[in-house]
Design a protein around this ligand. Structure first.
Ligand SMILES: [Cu+2]
Length: 134
């Protein structure tokens, strides 16, 4: 009987472990779908994007929130794609406090570095980079 109880306990522990392992597969599957990341324009360190460098995958959405020292915007200056892609990702309007805007990177966005800056504050060093993974 003791042997059977021990075997049943081992089976129960094994079952719980398997459920956790299978659950991890589902978590990884959801991570593979499109993600959303947020960048603050003008944060605690002044005229900077926080984070200044963000890594995404094609199909992900980036939202920029206006923080301190507005107005701000996002102009892509150098991308692995063509000028039309840079223009389509850019937000030309100037946004004030409490505003935000989002851009979804195309599913076929080429991998590489997407450099951008804030037009009014480029000279102050307000630049950022989106790294699109392949
Ligand atoms: Cu700015």
């Amino acid at each position: 009987m003791t042997f059977l109880k021990s075997a049943a306990r081992k089976l129960a522990i094994f079952s719980v472990a398997m459920i956790m392992v299978v659950g991890t597969f589902f978590m990884n599957a959801s991570e593979a779908s499109a993600a959303e990341i947020t960048i603050v324009m003008g944060g605690t360190k002044g005229l900077v994007f926080e984070p200044a460098i963000a890594t995404i995958k094609p199909g992900d959405t980036v939202t920029w929130n206006v923080g301190a020292l507005p107005p701000h915007n996002v102009q892509f200056s150098k991308t692995p794609g063509d000028a039309a892609l840079a223009a389509s990702l850019s937000h030309k309007g100037l946004e004030g406090k409490g505003k935000s805007f989002s851009v979804t990177f195309p599913a076929d966005a080429p991998a590489g570095n997407y450099d951008y800056f804030c037009m009014p504050h480029r000279g102050a060093g307000m630049v950022g980079k989106i790294v699109v993974e392949g």
